[in-house]
Design a binder for this molecule. Sequence first.
Ligand code: ZN
Ligand code: ZN
Length: 178
Amino acid sequence: MLLDLTRIQGPRAHVERAYGLDQFDARGDDFRVVEPIGLVFDVEKKADVFRLVGRVTTALELGCSRCLEPFRLPVNSAFDLRYLPQATNRGGEEDEVGEDALDVAFYEGEAIDLGQMLREQFYLVLPMKPLCRLDCRGICPVCGANRNTVECGCEAKWEDPRLAPLKGLRGHPDDREP
Ligand SMILES: [Zn+2]
Ligand SMILES: [Zn+2]
């Protein structure tokens, strides 16, 4: 999944790529890719700086943080990234990177690693707390049933465990009367 920079001759180029499910290696990632990846972008070349402006579309599968069931997250994200040669990433060139350093990335040799770029785009859209749906009812803490699909009828009473020791102290106020 490399973009060969030697093949970008003029100051501008248009690139369209499609990747099958098995082409993106998501082993070790918090998601699975479950739809082919579409990648469309324009490249602007200025000396050894390449600006990539485009969009990625696919769908990821995540585990719900409440009920643990897998669910799909559609991805349709725009990006605008500037790629500098790796050699300039060794300090001293802060001025060139400028204030929008978030959108600056680096390439090594004569290719941009589009797989790494896609991975970063995917992590940008991952929610902090993935939920299969906003009102996911999660797993019953008593019997372990998925409460989205089963009415287990367990008593859903939750007590703050930090308060439990205080209960014993409060028991019989009358005892403390002289
Ligand atoms: Zn859920
Ligand atoms: Zn239950």
